[in-house]
Ligand binder design. Structure first.
Ligand SMILES: [Zn+2]
Length: 276
């Protein structure tokens, strides 16, 4: 499932390939994925404008657009949300994926358009596509990002401490709450808790200052590493998240349970709440 690193990869693909290009058509508008907007809403809002900036906050991605013919007000933001398994693919004039044009690092080649949920066509023949078999992604004009917390990559230790300080919920639930901190999903949360040897069930009000500092460090490292390595699935503890798995650091059995409403794995020895 896309977390901050996957969405950042999608942002980088768009920035690398179609920044500055003029939009000439919007196609494949899936009424479910694109609701409440119609194909006409997208056409009248975006055609003739250029993508001038590609932004990301947590898992929300959006493209800022230029004024028409360089005059007047800027256009609407084109919001792209990857949902549970969506990706961004950019193709050339002949319909082939451009080099580094797939946010999941797929191979270049002929693009199969079966799962295209929205396609933005540009004057130079390129096309930006939201590809999403499960239809849980979303395309929005002027997406509302005000309800999202700060982006996890931007949060310094002082702010992180403040975000974690309120209430008595488990640390795992708090990390997944996008209104508090935007971008951390299930895999990244398990990875950073394992890296810092903290029980996922530990209440936020019982975290020691040294634990909060270790968790903040682990978050920054996990984000940087997974962006560089190609996604949240590349974390060190991720291969051990299965029955019979053992901790890659100390060899103790991995334990499994539901924490913060999500399937959670932790090291029985090093992340035990009694001793942690
Ligand atoms: Zn361990």
């Amino acid at each position: 499932m896309p977390e901050l690193p996957e969405v950042d990869s999608a942002r980088a693909v768009i920035e690398r390939t179609v920044l500055g290009q003029r939009i000439v058509a919007i196609e494949d508008v899936d009424p479910y994925v694109c609701r409440p907007h119609t194909a006409e809403d997208f056409e009248s809002g975006l055609v003739g404008r250029r993508i001038v900036r590609v932004m990301r906050r947590g898992k929300q991605l959006w493209c800022e657009t230029s004024p028409l013919r360089g005059q007047g007000a800027p256009g609407p933001h084109l919001g792209l949300h990857l949902g549970m398994g969506g990706r961004i693919v950019v193709t050339d004039r002949s319909g082939r994926v451009v080099p580094d044009g797939d946010s999941t690092h797929g191979l270049a080649g002929e693009h199969q358009d079966r799962w295209d949920r929205c396609t933005v066509r540009f004057a130079n023949g390129m096309a930006l596509r939201l590809v999403d078999k499960r239809r849980l992604g979303r395309v929005r004009l002027d997406p509302d990002v005000a309800a999202l917390g700060p982006d996890a990559l931007d949060v310094d230790l002082r702010e992180f401490r403040r975000l974690l300080s309120r209430g008595t919920t488990s640390i795992k639930a708090r990390l997944l709450d996008q209104s508090v901190l935007a971008g951390i999903g299930n895999l990244l949360a398990d990875e950073m808790l394992w890296q810092s040897r903290i029980s996922p069930a530990k209440r936020v009000d019982q975290l020691q200052p040294t634990e909060v500092a270790a968790l903040h460090r682990a978050m920054r490292q996990a984000l940087r590493r997974s962006i560089a390595a190609g996604g949240s699935h590349t974390g060190r503890v991720i291969p051990a998240r299965h029955g019979g798995g053992t901790c890659p650091r100390c060899g103790a059995p991995m334990r499994h349970g539901t924490v913060g409403g999500r399937s959670t794995w932790w090291c029985e020895r090093e992340q035990d709440e009694q001793h942690g």
